[in-house]
Design a protein around this ligand. Structure first.
Ligand code: NDP
Ligand code: OAA
Length: 268
């Protein structure tokens, strides 16, 4: 299998290293708008080369893995599926716009391309996927992050909230997933994943808490339906190189790549 990784940051660099060790992966094309990052990652790998754009090697590529940003995902995904190439999307919030998403999914179907959305930084997605084969009554995600993970969010700046000056646990967002993934594009892609499986973007309730003492990126997923009730609480270790992102997100991408390469679907 030949793969292209778009985005060589926290997730992309770890995924590239893991892919380099997988015998099923023969070639890794790396793209990043910061070419130095892609060059650094490629330098330590045996199978990787840097390309300027995802389109450069699309004809030779079996799977594109997007690990960049919502904006980049939105630009790249339609081009990839229109060429019949499979794509894994990490910036899942890029799928919030219904018209865009429906067109993308339709195009993938027509061109026989698959769209893979890993479970990311969240446990419990498997249960929600099964539960949503029958009636679901409610889906709620309560996310708690520390100041480093929530730094630089324009919405908070506009509200005059200085994340490093907050002294006690504070709810900084309460509302539907649809707004949450737009306001916090680098923090709550998991809410998009949950929305796609459960009740959609408007009926998935999201609470984001800023906890000055938080040492984890915590996601508490609660859902109820005909199957019963579930609560899955993940206390994630944030990545040192990007504290907005949890280590489990990179591991989820690696695990998804292994499942795709090896055609082994345990815990589906
Ligand atoms: N689904 C999930 O559970 C999770 C999803 N995510 C999401 O996954 C994505 C990747 O996360 P992470 O690795 O931590 O992010 P990083 O910011 O660490 O890395 C992303 C890299 O992609 C680069 N980039 C941005 N735009 C483009 C583009 N158009 N083409 C090529 N490269 C580009 C960035 O450059 P620059 O820094 O200059 O912008 C950066 O080097 C993010 O959108 C993140 O929010 C993260 C955690 C969990
Ligand atoms: O990594 C996390 O904790 C979740 C995250 O950033 C996201 O979903 O965008």
């Amino acid at each position: 299998m030949r793969i292209t990784i778009v985005g060589c940051g926290s997730i992309g660099s770890r995924l590239a290293k893991a892919a380099d060790d997988m015998e099923e992966v023969k070639r890794i094309y790396l793209v990043d708008i910061r070419k130095d990052l892609a060059d650094n990652v490629a330098a330590s790998l045996r199978k990787a080369i840097v390309v300027d754009s995802v389109e450069d090697e699309l004809y030779h590529c079996d799977l594109v893995i997007e690990a960049s940003s919502q904006a980049a995902a939105k630009e790249v995904a339609p081009k990839v599926v229109a060429r019949g190439v499979d794509i894994m999307i990490m910036s899942v919030g890029s799928l919030v716009d219904d018209d865009y998403r429906n067109t993308l999914f339709q195009s993938a179907k027509e061109h026989e391309a698959k769209i893979f959305i890993p479970t990311g930084a969240l446990c419990g997605v498997d249960g929600l996927r099964s539960a949503s084969c029958d009636e679901i009554d409610s889906v709620e995600l309560i996310t708690t992050k520390g100041p480093k993970s929530l730094a630089g969010v324009q919405y908070l700046v506009d509200k005059g909230i200085e994340v490093d000056k907050i002294k006690e646990k504070t709810v900084i967002y309460l509302g539907p997933a649809r707004e949450a993934v737009k306001i916090f594009p680098k923090n709550i892609n998991v809410a998009a994943t949950v929305s796609l499986l459960g009740l959609g973007f408007d009926r998935t309730k999201v609470t984001i808490v800023l906890d000055p003492a938080a040492t984890s990126n915590s996601h508490e997923l609660r859902f109820e339906g005909k199957f019963g009730k579930a609560v899955a609480h993940t206390f994630n270790v944030p990545e040192a190189d990007n504290p907005k992102t949890s280590h489990l997100a990179a591991l989820a991408a690696i695990s998804a790549l292994k499942r795709i390469c090896r055609n082994e679907w345990i815990g589906v």
